[in-house]
Design a protein around this ligand. Structure first.
Ligand SMILES: Nc1ncnc2c1ncn2[C@@H]1O[C@H](COP(=O)(O)OP(=O)(O)OP(=O)(O)O)[C@@H](O)[C@H]1O
Ligand SMILES: [Mg+2]
Length: 81
């Protein structure tokens, strides 16, 4: 099972689309690089995966948990992330 699975992630700030359709999976033990020009949405993706950016669309699983837009990270998910 992937540690992180992101499918069709979209994040918008008003009219601005910060992330339009990001999809990737990270397997245990894998080294994964997220690269791209300034402003392409790298930090926004990581803020979603850290539970800091709660408004998003798409499908995300982190450490076996399915994330829901708006959710606060608590318990084991919060500790492990
Ligand atoms: N809170 C916010 N409100 C409005 N726009 C935002 C917000 N956060 C990010 N953005 C915009 O979303 C886009 C993606 O920003 P982000 O910081 O994710 O890019 P980045 O790839 O991390 O850039 P850099 O390489 O400069 O760190 C940019 O156009 C940015 O201005
Ligand atoms: Mg950044």
């Amino acid at each position: 099972m992937a540690l992180v699975n992101v499918e069709q992630l979209q994040v918008t700030f008003g009219e601005k689309t910060a992330v339009s359709a990001a999809s990737f999976a990270i397997e245990p033990g894998e080294t994964f690089s997220l690269i791209g020009e300034s402003g392409c949405g790298k930090s926004t993706i990581l803020r979603v995966l850290a539970g800091l950016q709660r408004q998003w669309h798409g499908n995300i699983q982190v450490l076996g948990d399915r994330l829901q837009p708006g959710m606060r990270f608590t318990g084991a998910l919060r500790r492990n992330v």
